[in-house]
Structure formats: structure tokens, C-alpha cells
Design a binder for this molecule. Structure first.
Ligand code: ZN
Length: 203
């Protein structure tokens, strides 16, 4: 599989950022198009709230995953085996319907000579999750950022998520979990290492 350059999302940014008033007006239009009256009490403040919520859901566009990973340090013990973080919770939105999908990620990396604060890995997940995504693209971008930012010898990721757009529309399947995988570097080449990762995730 071809690796996407990390900057794809950044260069795809909107050429002109609309004003806050324009964003709220767009919400009013969608409410009216749905069949309700955006001026009725109860909906009056909704455009404002939706704009605030979008600011939160998509704050990842303003953040830089590689900058988060810049502060690495030398591990005095010389530890160089896999570092695995399990059950990192994430919330994202599908780029096809702007519907939420959420779940957990299991992420391992093989340090080269430097390691990173563990919370930074969860931060990187959050930065990419808070953009319009497919789960496949999200998995890939996190893996590439970790490989590049940590100069890791390998990265392994499993993400499992439930998609609102599958539960509430289209096929109306509520219980389905979508699972995506990405193995880079030594995890891609070494099946025994991959098996150790899979076994540790299952534990
Ligand atoms: Zn969708």
C-alpha cells in the first residue's frame, strides 16, 4: 500500500476560512432545509452551539502532530523493545456524512534510540481524529506520523470503531465494529513480532 504524505491533510485545507457568521448561517440553512424553523425558540441558539461544537470536533486542523513528537528523550536503560499503548479512546467524524465514529486504538512502536512521553501518542491520535476522516485514513496518518516523528524502527496500530453513519442511516447496523490495521517497518517485515503485538493486544 502506498503511504500517504503526512501533509495531505494540511495542504487540503480550505482556501478561504469563512467567517463565524457565515458558518452559523450555513447551520440555519440546513435546519430550514430539514424542514424546521431556525427562528423558533429552542433552535435560535443552535447555530451558535453547532459552530462551537465544530470548533471542538475539528480542532485537529490547527494542531501539528509532528510538533507533539518533537520532544523525545534518551531512555537511560537502553530499552529498545516494543512500547505498546492499549485502549486509547478516540472520537472522530466520517468525511462522507460528518457523522461521528468512535472507538479505541492499540498502538505499538519500536524505539530507535529515543523515546517519547506516552501521553504524546494519545495526543497524536486525538489530533488526527479531530479532522474529517475515514477510519482507514486515520489509521494510516497516525502510523506515518509516529514512524516519521519518532524515527521508530516500526509502528503497529489496530483501531476498532463504531460508525454512527452505519447505525443511524443506510444499512442501519448498530453492533458492527470496524477494525483497521497498519504495520510499518519491522512490524511489516517480521511476522513473529506482529504476532507478539497481536497477542499482547488480546491479553
Ligand atoms: Zn459516514
Amino acid at each position: 500500500m502506498k503511504k500517504l504524505p503526512l501533509s495531505t491533510h494540511v495542504t487540503a485545507l480550505s482556501p478561504r476560512r469563512p467567517s463565524r457568521a457565515e458558518a452559523e448561517e450555513a447551520v440555519r440553512t440546513l435546519i430550514a432545509w430539514s424542514g424546521d424553523n431556525p427562528a423558533r425558540p429552542g433552535l435560535e441558539k443552535t447555530p451558535e452551539r453547532v459552530a462551537d461544537a465544530f470548533g471542538e470536533y475539528f480542532r485537529g486542523y490547527k494542531e501539528d502532530a509532528l510538533a507533539e513528537l518533537a520532544a523525545t528523550f534518551e531512555e537511560p536503560s537502553g530499552y529498545n523493545d516494543m512500547v505498546l499503548l492499549k485502549d486509547i479512546a478516540f472520537e472522530s467524524h466520517c468525511e462522507h456524512h460528518i457523522a461521528p465514529f468512535f472507538g479505541t486504538a492499540h498502538i505499538a512502536y519500536l524505539p530507535s534510540e529515543r523515546i517519547v512521553g506516552l501521553s504524546k501518542i494519545a495526543r497524536v491520535v486525538d489530533i488526527f481524529a479531530r479532522r474529517l476522516q475515514t477510519q482507514e485514513g486515520l489509521t494510516d496518518q497516525i502510523a506515518s506520523a509516529l514512524e516519521e516523528g519518532l524515527r521508530a524502527r516500526g509502528v503497529a496500530i489496530i483501531m476498532s470503531a463504531r460508525h454512527h453513519c452505519m447505525a443511524a442511516r443506510g444499512v442501519h447496523q448498530r453492533g458492527v465494529a470496524t477494525v483497521t490495521f497498519r504495520f510499518l517497518g519491522e512490524f511489516e517485515r517480521d511476522s513473529a513480532l506482529r504476532d507478539r503485538f497481536m497477542a499482547a493486544v488480546r491479553d
